[in-house]
Design a protein around this ligand. Structure first.
Ligand code: UDP
Length: 474
């Protein structure tokens, strides 16, 4: 009897940037190993965005998806974002179990493994019940993974970490990683008594349980930490598979306004435009938004800015879309004064096409890991402006380790706000002068390394093939 073809169940977590790497990983798997079938089971907190839907609708035939019953945002609204995401998965487990069982009984495929997001750890129980191999797709740097793997033992060290990582007794130096200070660490790590700390600690403890961890990074980007994890592996941690950079090749669902901004870029000189974007849901305060606008204007350089309405919380648009018109919040007269110099897009731009474009010369980014990898793949030096999650760690890596970015200084006497003069200063550094040239030269090194990792015989492609072989053999 012919053997059924292997099938993998994918369990993302809510949030565009958690879904994206699993989707792109799956697409890459079926392009290079077409005998695989993939089923997505998608926990949702509130309705998926139109961009998310367009991604589902453009999936190849080997990938199907089931949107699990929506969890009501109102029920979780008092929780911090990390716990909201985590709880969404926990509350979706009964429906996930039902659907996974149906998929298990397929007449054409044999379900062999489950790949889950870092925030979907509780789904590991289902993998265990069904005797499936289990893998986590870690959507950030290997350095962040190392922090998460070491978190449980650091938590027990009450001398080093008295009440949380906010008051570390010395900078954190994990094997093979750049040295990190309290201010560089993700918010949930800071206070031991917080709910977010407990949520992340719980997830990090479970991170030791799966059969493997698939990381959206590549060996030549973080060789020391990859080596350190391999050496300390000795059954302590799951096997780590570096398969990145896994990014979108093109934006889905290019709208009329997207085409307009791309046409504007077509008419600008090579490397002349700074692209400014804070990821899928990052937001600034009203004061900061004004200083950024006036600083861009003061720099005299061309810019393409994805504007969101201001908010007191930096991740306010991450889990639910904004309803206000962001353009109502830019300084008075700004749009008229910068006509021709700048192009302002409300809320969303076709980032991949923008970063690919020859006219784009730099990227002011909040350092989300997807944006970071996209900047590397398309060779755009950066101004780092971290907001939340592990973005401050990424910013340190980009400026001090990879040396492909410049960082503006916040005004310590004024809530860390980056003033317009400082914005103009860093824009000029990036877009003109010798320091900018050096950053451009350095990013090219990583662009080439990323292309090599993804070439037919590159490290990430070989790792993907090994994984596909392991799954085929089950
Ligand atoms: N993105 C986009 N258009 C936008 C803003 C973001 O296409 O206007 C995409 C971007 O290309 C990236 C993802 O959304 O792939 C954002 O992920 P990232 O990890 O950078 O940040 P997060 O959304 O987690 O803050």
């Amino acid at each position: 009897m012919e053997r059924k073809s292997p099938s993998i169940a994918m369990i993302p977590a809510p949030g565009f940037s958690h879904l994206l790497p699993l989707i792109e990983f799956s697409k890459r798997l079926v392009v290079h190993h077409p005998h695989f079938h993939i089923s997505f089971f998608i926990p949702t907190l509130g309705p998926p965005s139109p961009t998310t839907y367009s991604i589902f609708e453009s999936l190849p035939p080997q990938i199907d998806y089931t949107i699990l019953p929506e969890i009501n945002m109102e029920d979780l609204k008092t929780l911090d974002p990390a716990t909201q995401i985590y709880q969404t998965i926990t509350l979706s487990l009964p429906s996930l179990r039902r659907h996974a069982l149906t998929s298990f009984a397929s007449p054409t495929h044999r379900l062999v493994a489950m790949v889950i997001d870092f925030f979907s750890m509780d789904a590991l129980d289902i993998a265990k019940e069904l005797k499936l191999k289990s893998y986590v797709l870690f959507p950030s740097a290997t350095t962040s993974l190392s922090l998460c793997l070491h978190f449980p033992e650091l938590d027990e060290d009450h001398e080093m970490v008295p009440t949380g990582f906010r008051d570390l007794s010395q900078p954190l130096k994990l094997p093979g990683c750049i040295s990190l200070q309290s201010k560089d660490l993700p918010d949930p790590f800071l206070e031991r008594s917080s709910e977010a700390y407990k949520t992340i600690l719980h997830a990090c403890k479970q991170l030791r349980l799966p059969d493997g961890i698939i990381v959206n990074s590549f060996v030549d980007l973080e060789p020391e930490v990859v080596k350190a994890l391999q050496e300390s592996n000795q059954n302590q941690y799951p096997l780590v598979y570096n398969v990145g950079p896994i990014i979108q090749i093109r934006s889905t669902n290019i709208s009329e306004s997207d085409s307009e901004c791309l046409r504007w870029l077509d008419n600008q000189p090579r490397n002349s435009v700074l692209y400014v974007s804070f990821g899928s849901g990052g937001t600034l305060s009203q004061d900061q938004l004004e200083e950024l606008a006036l600083g861009l204007e003061m720099s005299g350089h061309k810019f393409l800015w994805v504007v969101r309405a201001p908010s007191g919380s930096a991740n306010s648009a991450y889990l639910s879309a904004q309803k206000e018109d962001p353009l109502a919040y830019v300084p008075e007269g700004f749009l008229e004064r910068t006509k021709g110099l700048g192009f302002v897009v409300p809320s969303w731009a076709p980032q991949i096409e923008v970063l690919k474009h020859d006219s784009t010369g730099g990227f002011l980014t909040h350092c989300g890991w997807n944006s970071t990898l996209e900047a590397m793949v398309y060779g755009k030096p950066m101004i780092v402006w971290p907001l939340f999650a592990e973005q401050r760690m990424n910013a340190v890596m980009l400026t001090e380790q990879f040396k492909v970015a410049v960082r503006p200084k916040g005004d310590e006497n004024n809530n860390g706000i980056v003033k317009r003069e400082e914005v103009a200063r860093v824009v000029k550094i990036l877009m003109e002068g010798d320091e900018g040239k050096e950053l451009r030269r350095r990013i090219q090194v990583f662009k080439d390394a990323a292309a090599k990792a993804l070439s037919e015989d590159g490290s990430s492609m070989r790792t993907l093939s090994n994984l596909a072989q392991e799954w085929t053999n089950i």
